[in-house]
Design a protein around this ligand. Sequence first.
Ligand code: S3P
Length: 184
Amino acid sequence: MHLPHSVRNLVLVGFMGSGKSSVGREIARRWAFRFVDTDATIRQRYKKSILDIFTAFGEPVFRDEENRALQDLQNSLQFVIATGGGIVLQPRNLPLLRALGVVLWLTASEEIIWERVSRNQNRPLLQTENPRLTISNLMAARSPLYGAVADLTVDTSGLTHQQVADRVVEAIRVWSPDRHEDHY
Ligand code: S3P
């Protein structure tokens, strides 16, 4: 089962380490949709890592590029789109996310996010004295933003990417009938 015909794309939002890219790639494979990751688009554009882009040009330039990546996707059809964890910070991104299709928020507990992101040191916003506390603060600030933009939420805690993909597909299946009714 894919998306209802009235829904053009699947957009994944959520905190760093919530599994947006891995799960998104898996769902795209299952549905034979194209997969795009806004971080990867920006990395390719600059031929640099996200950390290097932040270091060389600063966060505002990165945020402008994030907005541009969303604008460039507006005519897409049958894409699974993974976004950077900060995509919800800019109010101008919210209508763009919603216009793309169904927005699904992947959640995980703080402990699990910490366990996942502490494995690599390449996230610019976590280059702080106390990254564990930074995560806690950022999650508290951002959770309401993810919640406000998302149509659906799937908790990923303790699940493999395959299991999360199963849950995402099921969440969309359950949600779809309401969408169809909206259009009759
Ligand atoms: C960011 C999350 C990162 C990346 C950048 C900023 C954020 O993406 O866009 O480091 O503000 O949370 P992931 O969510 O894919 O780690």
